[in-house]
Write a protein that binds this ligand. Sequence first.
Ligand SMILES: NC(=O)c1ccc[n+]([C@@H]2O[C@H](COP(=O)([O-])OP(=O)(O)OC[C@H]3O[C@@H](n4cnc5c(N)ncnc54)[C@H](OP(=O)(O)O)[C@@H]3O)[C@@H](O)[C@H]2O)c1
Length: 311
Amino acid sequence: MTVSRLAYGTMSFGSRADRAMSERLYRTARDSGINFFDCANVYQKGEAERILGALIKAERDKVIITTKAQSPMSDDPNDRGCSAKNLTRSLEGSLRRLDTDYVDIFFLHGDDPSTSDEEILSTMQKLYLQGKILSFGLSNYSASRTQRLITKAALCNLPRVQCIQPMYNLAKRTCEIEILPMAEREQVGVITYSPLGGGLLTGRYTNAAEPSVRLVENPRYRTRYGSADYSRIATEFLALATTLGIHPATLAVRWILANPRVTAPILGAATIEQLTPSLMAIQDCLDQETLDALDQISAPPPPYHDRSELA
Ligand SMILES: NC(=O)c1ccc[n+]([C@@H]2O[C@H](COP(=O)([O-])OP(=O)(O)OC[C@H]3O[C@@H](n4cnc5c(N)ncnc54)[C@H](OP(=O)(O)O)[C@@H]3O)[C@@H](O)[C@H]2O)c1
């Protein structure tokens, strides 16, 4: 599959973006050359899949779509996790809502330590042979479990992990330690989420005049980006973007594009005004001086052995 350099994420479909806005966002992404759309069963409990399904209907084979399973969809203990039962039933539901007979990449949304590698891989093989998925990927997995699944697949002649989806932005660089090097070594595609830190790197969370949304109202994001160091990063990042005369969203996405280990960052936006500066990231590259200045604001993480002097 050949994917565009930017992907568009549909997490806002059916929540911050109603159906009409979702359609405008989809068309704007398509008109900018994006053919790659990330989705998940859990986004608005299936509503994002329904909206995306209707939008791709007329051009299904021209676009690459993902969906995900593993997150709890109800209180039913079997309606979550990576068991054969849940993955099979979950994908059936996703295909129905997406109104398609296959997904290009089926992601496991997070690790489920209680399900064996063999059960996960043989389920993927069954779905692959049935033509319901073209490939599968892992999101929010450790490098060690990803590597184990890759090795077991090779030993047992089962389908290989083709793509990973870690969180990655200037404020959250942990995946640089082990996940990105593993992906490069194993030649696995990397699509990264939250390029703007859920909005942290747009400046609005340090600007009292502009009401903030996700980082204030959503307890998960409030916890994820709540420490003082993240506000310092946001403030210094905004100051640098202002000095450079670049929209902070453009700068944040451009910084990810500068990393050759990333296949495509997944853009997130709830309006066209939000999406436009992120799309502009592709029009230019960052020079070394700017990359160094960004490293001063948020330092690269230490290597896995924590001996920073050897990095
Ligand atoms: N695999 C996973 O676990 C996982 C997790 C998260 C996301 N994802 C995927 O990655 C995609 C992108 O993630 P994300 O939404 O977290 O990305 P993000 O780019 O870090 O955050 C997007 C949010 O930032 C704000 N924003 C964007 N552009 C802005 C601008 N120009 N000015 C001001 N605010 C702006 C908006 O927040 P408001 O909505 O508050 O206005 C927008 O919803 C998702 O759609 C989804 O497909 C995957």
